[in-house]
Design a protein around this ligand. Structure first.
Ligand SMILES: NC(=O)c1ccc[n+]([C@@H]2O[C@H](COP(=O)([O-])OP(=O)(O)OC[C@H]3O[C@@H](n4cnc5c(N)ncnc54)[C@H](OP(=O)(O)O)[C@@H]3O)[C@@H](O)[C@H]2O)c1
Length: 291
């Protein structure tokens, strides 16, 4: 009997990597990549035996084909104002179509009480999954190393600087390739039902440490600029970020600044049997993105 795994958000940071890693596993596995737009999913087509399906989380009609005969769902929703509504639609469809296991990409601190807004949004989705009666596993990663590529590489290339408002707080930055490896393990082996995993990288680094490692790997000076909260808010506003999301991000940055997010654990290693990538290794692998 084969197992069919549907990955949503399959063109995003983690989803793309999960599909790529699942695609090379031998065995009776069918991998279905749920993409928002077929054009963005074009790159996934070169992967062996990956079926691409177009889905829109906001449109229940679009989910039917994607969910047909799915055994396991890797549920990723974007950082968006309506993420809870989108996730609930996916869980409802999973229930309707008999999905047996949902693995949800959540966030570190989702279970903290009272926690912060970002975590509470994730926890609300987690609770909805728990109440669905479907077996579940929650992956709760720390901040992604790849954010630096996505959001900061332009200013690093142009000015040799990156801007954040995290002070000198240390963060357990994690590589999305390791989150994906943990997800693949959970999706393809037994015994993870009802469990939550807090996933961190191997070391807690402040953004000053990050800048120092970037300087050493790139061979030119990179500086971290600690931005006051008001300036960060203004920049987010200018980029068109909804106020609700900006508030949530700034609250998260406040947690980093206070040093409450410096946890480092060995859950990735326990799951995948090797150490997660260090930030230096990430920089060596992604060097070209910052040049
Ligand atoms: N970034 C971090 O440091 C961090 C840390 C911890 C947890 N997280 C959590 O990780 C999750 C995001 O994961 P990620 O960074 O891998 O995702 P991402 O790169 O932001 O990608 C989101 C994916 O969702 C798709 N999508 C967006 N709207 C959709 C819709 N209406 N219908 C169908 N697909 C849609 C996107 O496709 P299109 O691009 O084509 O729209 C994309 O493939 C969030 O829940 C976030 O809270 C992030």
């Amino acid at each position: 009997m084969h197992t069919t795994i549907l990955v949503t958000g399959a063109t995003g940071n983690v989803g793309r990597e999960v599909v790529t890693q699942l695609a090379v596993i031998d065995g009776d596995l069918r991998v279905r990549a749920g993409v928002h737009s077929l054009i963005k999913g074009e790159n996934l087509k070169r992967l062996p035996d990956v079926e691409i399906v177009e889905i829109d989380f906001k449109n229940r009609e679009s989910l039917h084909a994607a969910f047909t005969h799915v055994d396991k769902l890797f549920l990723i929703t974007p950082f968006a104002e309506d993420q809870i509504e989108m996730a609930k639609i996916l869980v409802d469809e999973a229930k309707k179509t008999g999905v047996k296991h949902i693995v949800k990409l959540s966030a570190m601190g989702a279970d903290a009480e009272p926690g912060i807004q970002l975590g509470r949004w994730h926890r609300e989705i987690e609770k909805y999954i728990e109440e669905s009666g479907i077996a579940y596993t929650f992956l709760r990663p720390a901040l992604f190393m790849q954010n630096l590529e996505n959001f900061n590489s332009e200013s690093i290339k142009k000015e040799g600087k990156f801007y954040m408002s995290t002070g000198d707080g240390e963060i357990g930055y994690i590589d999305t390739r390791d989150i994906a490896a943990a997800a693949v393990e959970v999706l393809t082996s037994e015994g993870h039902e009802g469990k939550s995993y807090d996933l961190t990288g191997p070391e807690a680094l402040s953004n000053y440490d990050v800048a120092q490692i970037m300087t050493e790997v790139l061979g030119r000076k990179v500086s971290y600029v600690d931005v006051p909260e008001e300036n960060a808010r203004e920049a987010m506003k200018q980029q068109g970020m909804p106020e609700k999301l900006a508030d949530a991000l700034l609250e998260l940055h406040g947690v980093y600044r206070s040093g409450y997010s410096n946890e480092v654990n060995d859950e990735v290693q326990s799951l995948i049997g090797r150490k997660p990538h260090s930030f230096r290794q990430f920089m060596m692998d992604y060097k070209d993105c910052f040049m």
